[in-house]
Design a binder for this molecule. Structure first.
Ligand code: UD1
Ligand code: MG
Length: 458
């Protein structure tokens, strides 16, 4: 059996008036990814020979958002209806192919349903339909047993047709030889003065081409986004599906309703995630990683057996095995922690490499630095990396001990096994294996000193 190649046309020219936004509708995000990107990604899995996106409102911004994709962009300058939209794509359709029409604002589109439509479309017009309790506004599927005889838009429907609950999703597939012919016959002679794509059903029937509707039970997979209400509902459905998948793969989620994945989260075995965590971009968690409540983790790799305590914020960082991070730690871009590191509360790290077994447990800022193995950085240590114009590096070699409340003024190197006394401001390199301190010279005591008293206001 010869298989026809596939063209996919994604309709995305709608303005999205009800979003009340300056941003084109299809660029609003579900799970941290533009609505249209969900559709394009699904389309990609169907291996089309050609993918055509009909865009209009927001034109260049939409195209720019997908500059990395191989897409044939077709501009529909005026939105005169779904039929008009597909007409704009017609010159790009391959004669020997079939076309799947998808909607750019339906992010949870189901791949399996599309596969089935494409298979059915070998010599038919195959439409995806669903049963809607309140079908108001939708095109009604008029059937004669297994075959569809018409799709009637709500505004054009008779009272009897209004009672039909099976409706058109807008997703359909057909051979291009038919589609091109039918498109050329569409007019705007209807209640809305629009060029309806759904009129092609009438032409198929006239041409004695079978029209079938495949009914999907998954309403969310065909629900389009028209408002922020829709956006928030679909977001929750999307998130709950992601959470269910993670649970099924063995990730222990304390509460699947309190997890947000805005990107891709991959997990090893026996990973535990407490409530209210947000994962963004690409995050990978190794075996036995435990993420406590209220953490935000973006573009990060966290290796096996590491524990992230509550309220930790990680952005573009790598954390090695058996480490303990947080609570209230902030790992900023360029942080690379080797195994067995401890980063504690109110510690901010940026562009820093920390080697095996080192600890920065309290209230510190370490940036633009290289920290060796088994280093202990005391509470309140600051690497002063910035002179107001330029940044400089701090190097702390293996086994060094930095006393609390020290400032290391970069560029500076603390030698191997060096000790910096608490409260030091270090401006020159500190030699290995020695104690270095830099404090005010004397410690005074004034015996009998009285604390000031509060002056009573008259
Ligand atoms: C359309 C169908 C209706 C179906 C419903 C499902 C037609 C005539 N009607 O209704 O049978 O039940 O979808 O939601 O097809 N678009 C363009 N250019 C246009 C018009 C629309 O690109 O000129 C795009 C929109 O961005 C959207 C999609 O096509 O992604 C559907 O448009 P919409 O206006 O929502 O379709 P309806 O007329 O409501
Ligand atoms: Mg509409």
């Amino acid at each position: 059996m010869s298989k026809k190649p596939l063209n996919i046309v994604i309709l995305a020219a709608g303005k999205g008036t009800r979003m009340y936004s300056n941003k084109p509708k299809v660029l609003h995000e579900i799970g941290g990814k533009p609505i249209l990107a969900h559709v394009i990604d699904c389309a990609r899995t169907l291996n089309p020979q050609k993918m055509i996106v009909v865009y209009g409102y927001g034109g260049e911004i939409v195209r720019e958002a997908f500059a990395h994709e191989t897409i044939t962009w077709v501009n529909q300058a005026e939105q005169l209806g779904t039929g008009h939209a597909v007409q704009q794509a017609a010159p790009y359709l391959d004669d020997d192919a079939k076309t799947l029409i998808m909607l750019g604002d339906v992010p949870l589109v189901d791949k399996e349903a599309c596969v089935s439509l494409i298979a059915s479309a070998a010599n038919k017009l195959a439409i995806l339909s669903f049963n809607k309790a309140d079908p108001t506004g939708y095109g009604r599927i008029v059937r004669n047993n297994d075959l569809v005889t018409a799709i009637v838009e709500h505004k054009d429907a008779t009272e009897a047709q209004h009672k039909i609950t099976e409706v058109n999703t807008g997703i359909m597939a057909m051979p291009n030889v038919y589609l091109k012919n039918w498109l050329s016959r569409i007019s705007n002679n209807n209640a809305q003065g629009e060029y309806y794509l759904t009129d092609i059903v009438e032409f198929a029937v006239l041409d004695k081409v079978d029209v079938i509707a495949e009914i999907t039970q998954d309403e969310w997979s065909v629900t389009g986004i028209n408002s922020k209400v829709d956006l928030s509902q679909i977001e929750r459905i999307y998130q709950s599906r992601v959470a269910q998948k993670l649970l099924q793969m063995g990730v222990a989620l304390k509460d699947p309703d309190r997890l947000d994945v805005r990107g891709i989260l991959s997990c090893g075995r026996d990973v535990e995630i407490d409530v209210n965590c947000v994962f963004e971009g690409n995050v990978s968690l190794g075996d036995n990683v435990k993420i406590a409540a209220n953490c935000i983790i973006k573009n990060a790799t966290i290796a096996a057996n590491t524990q992230i305590a509550p309220f930790t914020h990680i952005d573009d960082a790598v954390v090695g095995e058996n480490s303990r991070i947080g609570p209230y730690a902030r790992l900023r871009p360029g942080t690379l922690l080797e195994s067995d590191t401890h980063i504690g509360n109110f510690v901010e790290l940026k562009n820093v490499q920390v080697d095996i077994g080192s600890k920065i447990n309290h209230l510190s800022y370490v940036g633009d630095s290289t920290v060796g193995k088994n280093v202990n950085i005391g509470a309140g240590t600051i690497t002063c990396n910035y002179d107001g114009a330029n940044k400089f590096r701090t190097v702390i070699e293996d086994g060094a001990f930095i006393g609390s409340d020290s400032q290391l003024i970069a560029p500076v190197t603390i030698g191997k096994n060096a000790t910096i006394a608490a409260g030091s401001t270090i401006t020159k390199d500190a030699p290995a294996d020695a104690l270095t301190f830099c404090r005010s010279k004397e410690q005074k005591t004034i015996v009998g000193w009285k604390r000031p008293q509060k002056i009573k206001k008259v």
